[in-house]
Design a protein around this ligand. Sequence first.
Ligand code: AHM
Ligand code: MG
Length: 321
Amino acid sequence: MIDLARQLTDDNTPAELGQLVLKLASVSADISAKVRLGALAGVLGSAGEQNVQGETQKKLDVIANDMLKEALLSLPQVRALASEEEDNVVAANHGGAYIVAFDPLDGSSNIDINGQIGTIFTVYPARDEVACDSAEQFAQPGRQQVCAGYMLYGPSTQMALTTGGPSRLFTLVPEQGAYQLTQNELNIAPECQEFAINMANQRHWSPATQAYIADLQAGSTGARGKDFNMRWNGAMVGDVHRVLMRGGIFLYPANTQSKTHNGKLRLLYEANPMALLVENAGGKAVVGAQAILDVAPESLHQRVPVILGSGAEVEYFQAQQ
Ligand code: AHM
Ligand code: MG
């Protein structure tokens, strides 16, 4: 068995970046232990506060955010942090080579139903020309990410990770609080027969997106000539994990509701890390005609439509627009 530390070394990961990843992994093992105990650890239910996006925070959103924040602030190589649960950039250590953004608890609506939830993270090089606590630190396109990944707190806790090379999958050994490599290279097949979208938003999509999904639903009797199945976890970590494991297309498109006209998902700590994992597993992740990784960020908590997954299917979707 190859553990995470050994794999990071084998991948020639810079030492400071490797330590950062190991710290994230260790915090996630602690989060996983709380998730596993659920009500017994007192982590279910609402925290009674709202985050900057007007969403009611769950207790576990706040707990996971505080755990990650505290751990990362202690690392000299971390210059600044951004989180879904923090209104502004949090300055860390001057001289740190990296900045880290995260969604501490993705899929919050699944917490109280014992469903799939996770942590999404991304690491960029720090920018010397702007202040530690400036949102400009994070105004970098996703291509600049030096590392991205997620932890999925499911029946087992797993971590998907890329440090620029292949996307790899690790599984947590809870007794050790350490991750072992369980899939060396994730590969998304170009063709698929599974899609993931929140159908409740159907009437709000563009006519082209509505027509594309109607074709998938028509299956072998429609233009596509084959049947598609549908899955929706309501947690991006779970839905993207399934795509990484067995292919498929995941969509959180633009819609006509003013609050979510750019979709729901955040560019910095949801779309970009998932896009890097998917591209490094041979898939595609796009917004309109553009790769998500090439989007120039405009604000810290910016939302972006997300279409990702099996390469040929994503291209077919793009051609229909
Ligand atoms: P969260 O980070 O507050 O949990 O919100 C993001 C989640 C994603 O994980 C998921 O893809 C999406 O929201 C689900 O949205 P919907 O409620 O429309 O199903
Ligand atoms: Mg999220």
